[in-house]
Design a protein around this ligand. Structure first.
Ligand code: 7PM
Length: 281
């Protein structure tokens, strides 16, 4: 990519001159992929991911993706993630990202040492835009159906890359109006079904056309690890989606993705190292 991005994540610099790996650390009791669940074991899992070459650890504590937005749910989410963020920030030099849509969790996580806000609802929950604006950390804006007229219904896209890009650019504008500098933003097309709103075919089209997500001139994240389009394409259960996930990661990296969000850090880092070696040959 001709664009060079360097983001200040609460004092730690994230240099996106080559693709970086974000490891998923779920501290919920109910994540879809068992391999990434680590309610009691988070310290060991995190340490291993760092050894394996993760640049960012993404901490998620929201119980089930759809729903769970009330005050008690936010308190519970905070109770889960805060000790983890504090524990990691005091031990390691890794960049911590907080996977949340809750204004309460955003604020407290950043105070505790999180250096990136990762919001799959692109700051569309009440108060989230303002809460994020009060911080100084980079923000990942992901496309989903939250902001659509009928969030339960998958829209029919003509050109899914174009329409998702347009939505993300509107989110960028909304952030800028709220006082969030454009330089703090990272875009994510939001691969996957459910509230992410993509069919397997749309996911494949987004991966094929991934380069076009760079048109906004901002860093782009790809989160495809073990998702259902890989399962649907290959007819594999979540536990058997690693090879497909690695192929997807390689394609996204070649298409200029700046951050790859994955469950399998060691394997993905190897893929990226090999691509880099080829580049440098
Ligand atoms: C159920 C549905 C459980 C979906 C878990 C998921 C992304 C993310 C997630 C992503 C960004 C998963 C997802 N996916 N954040 N959080 N981008 N920025 O499969 O693609 O991990 S949760």
């Amino acid at each position: 990519m001709s664009n060079e991005f360097k983001l200040n994540c609460a004092g730690k610099m994230l240099d996106l001159n080559r693709p970086r790996v974000m490891g998923v650390l779920n501290v919920t009791p109910d994540s879809f992929y068992q391999g990434s669940r680590c309610a009691d074991n988070w310290l060991n899992v995190a340490e291993q991911m760092i050894k394996d070459g993760a640049d960012i650890l993404d901490i998620g504590g929201e119980s089930t993706r759809p729903g769970a937005s009330g005050a008690p749910a936010q308190e519970q989410e905070l109770e889960r993630v805060l000790p983890v963020i504090e524990g990691l920030a005091s031990r390691f030099n890794v960049i911590i990202s907080i996977d949340t849509s809750s204004l309460l969790v955003m604020k407290e996580a950043v105070k505790a040492g999180a250096g990136i806000i990762n919001d799959v609802r692109a700051l569309h929950r009440e108060g989230a835009l303002e809460a994020a604006a009060e911080t100084t950390v980079p923000i990942i804006l992901m496309h989903s159906l939250v902001d659509q007229p009928e969030p339960g219904v998958v829209p029919v896209y003509g050109d899914v890359v174009k329409e998702v890009s347009q939505y993300l650019m509107a989110c960028v504008e909304r952030c800028e109006k709220a006082g969030i500098a454009r330089e703090r933003l990272i875009l994510d097309p939001g691969f996957g079904g459910g509230m992410f709103g993509k069919t397997p075919v749309y996911d494949l089209e987004m991966l094929k056309g991934f380069r076009r997500f760079h048109e906004a001139g901002l860093p782009v994240l790809a989160g495809m690890s073990r998702k259902s389009f890989i399962g649907a394409t290959l007819d594999r259960d979540t536990e058997d989606r690693l090879p497909g996930s690695l192929a997807a990661a390689a394609l996204a990296a070649q298409a200029g993705a700046h951050i790859i969000r994955v469950h399998d850090v060691r394997e993905t880092v190897d893929v990226l190292r090999l691509l880099q070696a080829v580049d440098e040959a």
